[in-house]
Design a protein. Structure first.
Length: 167
């Protein structure tokens, strides 16, 4: 009985593989994870006044071939024109596509000792959003440019039969 079952399994797998001969392998999702340094310049506005600030930090991205993006940023935010302006540090996470994504995070202002919530959106070379100070500074907004661009990822296999034979 075991021999008959083994022979049937071998025959089925042999015929099944012959039936699929000549078909192309479908492309599979490829993904790419990278960490980069970035810099940005933002125009801030809100209850505390407005002005220019700069951001310098690192960004981690995981992008797949369907253009889905997820990742995180850690950065230092410096107000350029505030007298005695102190830096703030932020850690944020984002998710979306290479065309645009939403971002949420937390920060800390070293000058006021205040925790800050951050929300916004990222696109290639642009960002916009708001900050909310939990100890009374309230809501403020920002609009800016950044050095980072989200690269697209290609599928990991080819639909070209000649490429498949060389692999």
């Amino acid at each position: 009985m075991k021999r008959l079952a083994s022979a049937a399994i071998i025959a089925l797998t042999t015929f099944a593989s012959a039936a699929h001969a000549g078909y192309f392998a479908p492309p599979t999702k490829g993904s790419e994870s990278k960490t980069h340094l970035f810099a940005g310049l933002n125009w801030t506005f809100g209850k505390q006044g407005g002005g220019l600030s700069t951001r310098v930090g690192a960004i981690y991205t995981d992008i797949n071939s369907d253009d889905d993006v997820k990742g995180a940023r850690v950065f230092l935010d410096l107000d350029l024109f505030k007298q005695g302006g102190t830096p703030s540090v932020f850690v944020t996470g984002f998710k979306g596509t290479t065309y645009g994504m939403g971002e949420l995070g937390l920060g800390y202002d070293f000058g006021s000792g205040e925790m800050i919530g951050q929300f916004g959106g990222l696109m290639n070379h642009f960002e916009a959003g708001g900050n909310y100070g939990f100890s009374g500074s309230g809501l403020s907004g920002y609009l800016g440019v950044t050095s980072f661009k989200f690269d697209k990822v290609k599928p990991t296999t080819s639909n070209n039969i000649y490429d498949l034979q060389l692999q």
